[in-house]
Design a protein around this ligand. Structure first.
Ligand code: BGP
Length: 462
């Protein structure tokens, strides 16, 4: 069959998940509590339909069946995360033997089925014990994380060759310390800056630990949610607004992770507002020497901005959006089932930016996907007819293909997500999977997109 969009050989086809969102068994087999278990126990009504993280999609008990399904639909890679509090219940110290065997079993099962595991160390789920001590605000937690990373490399590094220190590290900063959608629900830009900084120090220390470990043939990187920032117009005020949004929401992590240093303009803004974090001697060299080998890009939607219409009240707490307003561009295409913009070319722009300004670092799409509310309404003959998702993936893949043809160093595509899963405060509101999950029976059923991706993966194109 002649394919119009043929991908490079050994392209990574797969999907992405995270421990807290799929495993369930939150109170089983010696797992310690993390911030999600705790927040749900204290404020269940903040979660969509009061659904919490105890059971989620039950991957913990069904991983074998799930890995067969991955194989059935042509996955050659799968992104998962380790639950820190499952592996080390208090965050530091004693290992949980049941967790060691669980992750060993999952990894072995994936490899036996020719699916390469991509493992993230931290996907939003801080052990509660460490959060109680101050979480990412304190340097001791950076050290606890580095120890955890070292243990993970030692336990699983003989078989896992793709490691990621953090998933979307900006999200716990925004959610936990600015906009109140993650525990500990603080609103304080100075503390947010400290948390962001410590996360990057933790990243660099884990990268260093990795290169000192014996996973010599592996790679380590980070997963960032990049939102290209498009100005309303080319007038200087709009351009400045978009540049500053880019500084806060992309370059604050992308630059230190890939180039090993913070953008000077960001440092200047933080300095001007008294927000510079506390640092230690040697940090600068640490960051510079321990950059990512590989970058995962999560892309859902762009950010469109315009110059501020009204000056912010200088007595209100500092927020990055003091510098710009969001711009609702007329005529933009929307995912009407989730409320996010769909702009497929964004993925191409991101990859071009990585090629031009970030040394063409080896990268892949580590999440991209379309959330849909009340997806059962699209069931015909027991199967969800998610043609909208097929279109969404196909149109993004076309732009990705073009980026690759133009020399961008892109190695794969992972959909968010393998199956419907628990999405933090949104719980099961927006469904993303190739497989739907019946919340009562936990039964998995392929959607139309599962059959489609199988063909695309097997043909390595479409
Ligand atoms: C990403 C996260 C995922 C997932 C996804 C969907 O930012 O990395 O963990 O939750 O967003 O989000 P939502 O369910 O809110 O649409």
């Amino acid at each position: 069959m002649a394919l119009q969009y043929k991908f490079p050989e050994n392209f990574w086809w797969g999907s992405a998940t995270s421990a807290t969102q799929i495993e369930g068994a939150a109170n089983e087999d010696g797992k310690g509590k993390n911030i999600w278990d705790h927040w749900y126990e204290t404020e269940p009504n903040r979660f969509y339909e009061n659904i919490g993280p105890e059971t989620t999609s039950d991957f913990y008990h069904r991983y074998k069946e799930d890995i067969q399904l991955m194989k059935d639909i042509g996955h050659n890679t799968f992104r998962m995360s380790i639950s820190w509090a499952r592996l080390i219940p208090d965050g530091r110290g004693e290992l949980n033997p049941a967790a060691v065997s669980f992750y060993n079993n999952v990894i072995d099962e994936l490899i036996t089925n020719d699916i390469e595991p991509f493992v993230t160390l931290f996907h939003f789920d801080m052990p509660l014990e460490l959060q109680n001590q101050g979480g990412w605000e304190i340097r001791a937690v950076v050290d606890a994380y580095t120890e955890y990373a070292r243990e993970a490399f030692r336990l699983f590094g003989d078989r896992v060759k793709k490691w990621f220190t953090f998933n979307e590290p900006i999200v716990p900063v925004e959610g936990g310390y600015l906009y109140d959608f993650h525990y500990p629900n603080v609103v304080d830009a100075r503390r947010a800056a400290q948390v962001a900084y410590h996360t990057m120090i933790a990243h660099a220390k884990a990268v260093r630990a990795f290169h000192e470990s014996n996973v010599a043939d592996g790679k380590i990187g980070i997963i960032l949610n990049l939102t290209p920032s498009y100005p309303r117009s080319q007038n200087p005020a709009d351009l400045r607004a978009s540049r500053i949004a880019d500084l806060f929401f992309n370059r604050s992590f992308l630059d230190p992770a890939v180039l090993g240093e913070y953008p000077q303009e960001l440092i200047d803004i933080l300095n001007e507002h008294g927000l510079l974090p506390v640092t230690e001697r040697g940090d600068r060299e640490l960051l510079k020497a321990n950059t990512a080998d590989i970058l995962g890009v999560n892309y859902y939607q762009p950010r469109r901005v315009k110059a501020k219409e009204y000056l912010p009240n200088p007595y209100s707490p500092f927020m990055p959006d003091w510098f710009f307003d969001n711009y609702e561009m007329p005529g933009r295409k929307m995912n009407k089932y989730r409320g996010w913009e769909i702009y497929e070319k964004g993925i191409y722009d991101i990859m071009q930016n990585l090629k031009e300004n970030y040394g063409n670092i080896e990268s892949f799409v580590s999440e991209n996907g379309m959330g849909v509310q009340d997806e059962e309404r699209f069931v015909v003959d027991k199967e969800i007819q998610d043609d909208y998702r097929i279109d969404f993936i196909r149109e993004h893949l076309k732009w990705l293909h073009k980026a690759i043809e133009e020399g961008c160093n892109v190695k794969g595509y992972h959909l968010w997500s393998f199956m419907d899963n628990w999405s933090w405060m949104n719980a099961y509101k927006n469904r993303y999977g190739f497989f739907s999950v019946d919340l009562r029976t936990k039964q998995r059923t392929p959607k139309k997109s599962a059959h489609w991706i199988k063909e695309v993966s097997q043909n390595n194109g479409f």
